[in-house]
Ligand binder design. Structure first.
Ligand SMILES: Cc1cc2nc3c(=O)[nH]c(=O)nc-3n(C[C@H](O)[C@H](O)[C@H](O)COP(=O)(O)OP(=O)(O)OC[C@H]3O[C@@H](n4cnc5c(N)ncnc54)[C@H](O)[C@@H]3O)c2cc1C
Length: 549
């Protein structure tokens, strides 16, 4: 079997990559060890705004947003003495049905995007993505196929694959991408090693059915509820808004063994219920929180992405979402090279761009993990006391939990703040990209940043107006762009020229007459046509030459 790209693993990252490649007309074969319909365990509960922007690009965002919790179920995060205990504070987040009508509720309500974040579990997302992949003629999805090994040479990669029901098959491709999860065989085969902090947290996770839990609560339920009390702290996510819950029990430093911790007793403490409360365990997945980043993301024609490339505590919901960002980046790069308009330097860009971001996000997540562990271990003994002192302790704990965690649950910085300042295919200028934190960022057209989003006069999202390739945004219609158009045409690079007129604060961000935007919505170059070497810029951003501008 022959294809353009062999993708190992049909998790969210492998499927995202296949979709992005298909967007560029590139064929892929995705091999997946699991059988179709094998249920993934409940894991990621949050689709970031950036991932939703990616799904919008693929016409999937509406379907994703219509899935998950009931449309009126609060997507808030609540801090309580127990799930059924007293509420300490609540981070407001609009229910999915109100996302576009309620622009007042919550810190993320007015984010500059057509696609705010969405809360739903990976068990609902993956089937949607599989259906979307199956609908694309460019994608061949092979379930119960296990990639065993591969060899590569200058012209391509040949992989040996065990087909569940028959003889081994061979797939020949131009590139191979390992989206094969934390235990990645591809990473090991290219000599990659995970470096970092091996175990920074141990979590007993239990997926369970508890139909009586909502009725036992003192305050309305919501998407995520943290229990903080001196006996046992943990948190639960609502999976279906009714009776299905994912419970995370954070083990203490004094509890190094999963087996030594009484799962049932802990779940009852987290819920705040007695021995007579009924629940049914559906699945358990105990896991180590790590901060591990691969020291090698590429070897020749072979790349790794997603959990294969990085594993960290999924604070701020940036495990799967960081992997989808990898796929967005690598997808258009491979798409451009295979389609024939991208040069060799584009391939170098993946490592130069995603490597530093992976390192940064892993540190944000670990830092937050440590702060939360400190907060859990400092729960005052009188937190539940019905006394004025207990009341004061609850008020203080409520403020502290809110202030710490609003950063991770409304992480604008992680969504929009990262930039590619070490890229060989971005034409930097004298300005430095603005710094960002987990929660905050400064929108900017500095090359490398996500291009500031706004709605066009006809109501469309700016990003909806981009084609599959580059977009040249022109702020002044009198500016001559024929040189750029001709240079792009000469190498076959798709380039859409868009006349835009952003107003108000966002207009002030667009201070240059021209802004060149990549397929992944990051700025590649900005400037004025009069003194620009249009051909040099186009060849630089397409990965053909090192153009110092
Ligand atoms: C309890 C828990 C909670 C989490 N919560 C969040 C969260 O809130 N937010 C967040 O962003 N992330 C979260 N994550 C992380 C998130 O689930 C992962 O980052 C995400 O699944 C990674 O996607 P992936 O496609 O890279 O890898 P995976 O989902 O692991 O998919 C890899 C696929 O490759 C297949 N495969 C492996 N080897 C082969 C082979 N040789 N041949 C063929 N197929 C192969 C596997 O069967 C698998 O389907 C959580 C994880 C856990 C454990």
């Amino acid at each position: 079997m022959k294809t353009d790209v062999l993708i190992v693993g049909a998790g969210p990252v492998g499927l995202s990559l296949a979709l992005e490649l298909a967007h560029h007309g590139v064929r892929s074969v995705v091999v997946e060890r699991r059988a179709r319909g094998d249920v993934v365990t409940v894991r990621c509960n949050h689709i970031s705004s950036r991932s939703m922007e990616f799904f919008r690009r693929h016409g999937l965002a509406d379907r994703v947003r219509q899935t998950g919790l009931p449309s009126d179920y609060p997507q808030d995060v609540s801090y309580r003495t127990a799930t059924t205990g007293v509420e300490l504070s609540r981070i407001r987040i609009a229910a999915r049905g109100d996302r576009f009508s309620d622009r007042d509720t919550g810190v993320d309500a007015d984010w500059p995007t057509a696609e705010p974040p969405h809360r739903m579990n990976q068990i609902y997302l993956e089937p949607l993505m599989i259906d979307a992949a199956l609908a694309r003629p460019e994608i061949t999805l092979l379930f119960q196929h296990d990639m065993l090994d591969f060899v590569q040479d200058d012209s391509g990669v040949t992989a040996r694959i065990a087909a569940g029901t028959g003889a081994d098959i061979t797939v020949e491709s131009q590139f191979l991408v390992g989206c094969d999860g934390g235990a990645s065989r591809v990473r090991k085969a290219i000599g990659g090693r995970l470096d970092g902090d091996a175990v920074i947290q141990r979590v007993q996770s239990t997926y369970l059915r508890a139909p009586g839990l909502i009725d036992a609560m003192q305050v309305p339920p919501c998407w995520c509820m943290f229990s903080l009390n001196p006996r046992r702290s943990g948190n639960i996510y609502s999976i279906d808004g009714k009776e299905l819950w994912l419970v995370h029990n954070y083990l203490r430093d004094s509890e190094p063994e999963f087996a030594s911790v009484d799962r049932d007793a802990c779940i009852r403490e987290i819920f705040g219920v007695g021995a007579d409360f009924d629940y049914e365990i559906l699945n358990i997945e105990d896991w180590f929180g790590r901060r591990l980043v691969a020291d090698k993301l590429r070897d020749g024609r072979v790349f790794i992405a997603g959990d294969a490339a990085h594993l960290w505590v999924p604070y701020a919901g940036y495990g799967m979402n960081a992997g989808i960002a990898d796929a967005f980046n690598l997808g258009w790069i491979l798409g451009a090279v295979i389609a024939g308009w991208g040069g060799e330097r584009l391939l170098d860009a993946y490592v130069a761009e995603r490597g530093p971001i992976t390192e940064q996000v892993s540190r944000f997540a670990m830092d937050h993990c440590m702060k939360m562990a400190a907060q859990r271990s400092a729960v005052p003994a009188n937190l539940e006391d019905p006394t004025p002192e207990g009341e004061a302790a609850r008020a203080r704990m409520g403020r502290e939990t809110y202030d710490l965690n609003v950063q991770q649950y409304c992480a604008a910085g992680l969504n929009y703040g990262y930039f590619y300042d070490k890229s060989p295919v971005i034409a930097a200028d004298d300005a430095q990209p603005p710094g960002y934190t987990m929660a905050h960022y400064t929108p900017s057209t500095v090359p490398g940043c996500r291009v500031p989003h706004f709605f066009l006069d006809d109501g469309r999202s700016l990003y909806d107006a981009f084609g599959t390739g580059y977009a040249l945004l022109r702020l002044d219609p009198s500016v001559e762009v024929a040189g750029f158009v001709a240079a792009a045409a000469a190498i076959g690079m798709p380039l859409a020229v868009l006349d835009i007129a952003p107003k108000g604060a966002v207009g002030a961000l667009y201070a240059h007459p021209l802004v060149l935007v990549r397929p992944d919505q990051h700025v590649a170059w900005r400037g004025d046509a009069s003194d620009a070497d249009a051909e040099g810029i186009i060849r630089h951003v397409a990965g053909y030459q090192n153009k110092i501008i």
